[in-house]
Design a protein around this ligand. Structure first.
Ligand SMILES: [Zn+2]
Length: 441
């Protein structure tokens, strides 16, 4: 910066306080940094609808960004940060950025001013170090008109969740003291769950049965498989002779005794079913069942099922007492879908008069469905299958103190619910330094 430029710059800084700050982007401030940072490089890229500037930093820095009008400028303040002399001169002017000036404020803070040819909506976020890249501060200067041009990620598929309402038709399941049939409450909850899941971006529900009809367990599995389900949730209601028994429980398939037998199982593929489920009354001469069981042992489907189960159980705690604290394991036939992580949920005891009332109550059914959806979401936010929207391109955003889900969504021009879905985020207490996945486009 020349002496003349510096003088002009200091003058422009002096005049800033009296000017209106653009209403669109609020101030961002990053997690607190103790030591000062240093700008190591500035890179510029032009994209459709916006210009991106990446500041490579050697540490985390607090920053804020805002727009000023007449003439159009964007001001970036980075606290306790230094920048080598002349670095901004490396950035070439273009049709949007006419010039960049920098200066020191309060003896220790860096201020960068972008002189622009037109009004933009600026946004900024920090990227945590990853791979060969260190801390990065990303500034996007988006054309005001360009904001609306959002590319639809139509090519990314949804994760498919098969919802299996237990029993049906001639099989009523368990019946409560007031005459409530399990098959009816499971179908009602299934339909509410279907609605909640379909309201989540990137997820699609498939109802295994849509009405009061009898279905064989194997047909339920076939249907889930035909729909390429990524997960299957079988809904039931528990029953016990003692009416005091209460609470929710979740089951995944059992592989008791399988681990020690893995080697033998590999050698004796034909006998896999016997080894895995010797204690379960199962038609092991069925070729499909054999293949299914063998698949299960190889793919970690059961581990995924346990993972899903504990996420759902964790959410159900807020809705209902939990009968067993951990995901239980058993040999329920409906859990034996090939390569589809599956859980069986005993939502409550229909044999308990209070829980029977709950099972019939629409408000309680809604709460149960919402809790399951949150659990499913939390699981897929970590383990989204490749090729799905939930696994699609994201950038990592480091939460700054003072951020809320709403402000972050606004910054990145993404829907608040999309942001929650992508991150399995249901609480509002974000922690500074927490890294969120921001859907790209
Ligand atoms: Zn049942």
């Amino acid at each position: 910066m020349t002496q003349n430029n510096r003088r002009k710059f200091l003058k422009s800084i002096a005049g800033l306080s009296g000017l209106a700050i653009s209403a669109a982007p609020a101030l961002v401030s990053a997690g607190s940094s103790k030591a000062g940072a240093r700008v190591q490089d500035i890179r510029l890229s032009r994209n459709k609808g916006y210009v991106r500037l990446v500041f490579d930093l050697d540490g985390i820095a607090d920053h804020s960004i805002f727009a000023l009008h007449n003439p159009e400028r964007v001001v970036l303040d980075i606290k306790r940060t230094q920048m080598p002399h002349g670095m901004v001169d490396q950035v070439q002017a273009n049709s949007l950025i006419r010039g960049i000036r920098s200066g020191v404020r309060n003896d220790k803070d860096l201020r960068v001013v972008f002189d622009l040819s037109k009004e933009v909506s600026p946004r900024s976020f920090l990227l945590a170090p990853s791979g060969s890249s260190g801390h990065r501060l990303v500034i996007d200067l988006r054309n005001k008109k360009g904001r609306a041009e959002r590319v639809k990620s139509a090519s990314k598929r949804d994760v498919i969740i098969a919802i299996d309402a237990g029993h049906g038709g001639k099989d009523p399941g368990a019946t409560g003291r007031s005459g409530t049939h399990e098959k009816n409450v499971t179908l009602q909850i299934a339909k509410r769950l279907e609605k909640d899941i379909n309201a989540q971006r990137g997820m699609k529900a498939v109802l295994i049965r849509k009405n009061d009809r009898y279905m064989r367990l194997r047909d339920r599995i076939h249907k889930a498989r035909d729909h390429h389900a990524d997960m299957m949730i079988s809904l039931h209601a528990d029953s016990f002779p003692d009416p005091r028994a209460r609470g929710s429980s979740i089951y995944a398939l059992s592989v008791d005794g399988a681990s020690s037998e893995t080697a033998r199982m590999l050698a004796e593929k034909e006998n896999a079913a016997d080894i895995l489920f010797g204690d379960v009354n199962l038609a092991v001469d069925d070729q499909m069942v054999k293949e299914v069981l063998f698949d299960l042992s190889l793919t970690g489907t059961i581990e995924s099922s346990l993972d899903i189960g504990s996420e759902i159980l964790g959410q159900l705690k807020s809705v209902n007492r939990v009968h067993k604290k951990k995901v239980q394991q058993a040999g329920f036939a409906v859990l034996k879908a090939p390569n589809i992580p599956s859980v069986l949920l005993e939502t409550a005891f229909i044999s308990n008069p209070r829980e029977e009332r709950n099972l019939r109550s629409s408000s309680h059914q809604k709460k149960v469905a919402k809790a399951i959806t949150r659990g499913v979401n939390k699981y897929f936010s970590r383990k989204a299958p490749p090729g799905t929207w939930l696994a699609s391109a994201v950038c990592d955003y480091m939460v700054c103190s003072g951020d809320t889900v709403a402000t972050i969504a606004n910054y990145h021009d993404v829907g608040e619910s999309d942001l929650r879905t992508r991150n399995g985020l249901y609480a509002d207490n974000l922690l500074a330094g927490q890294v969120l996945k921001i859907p790209v486009s």
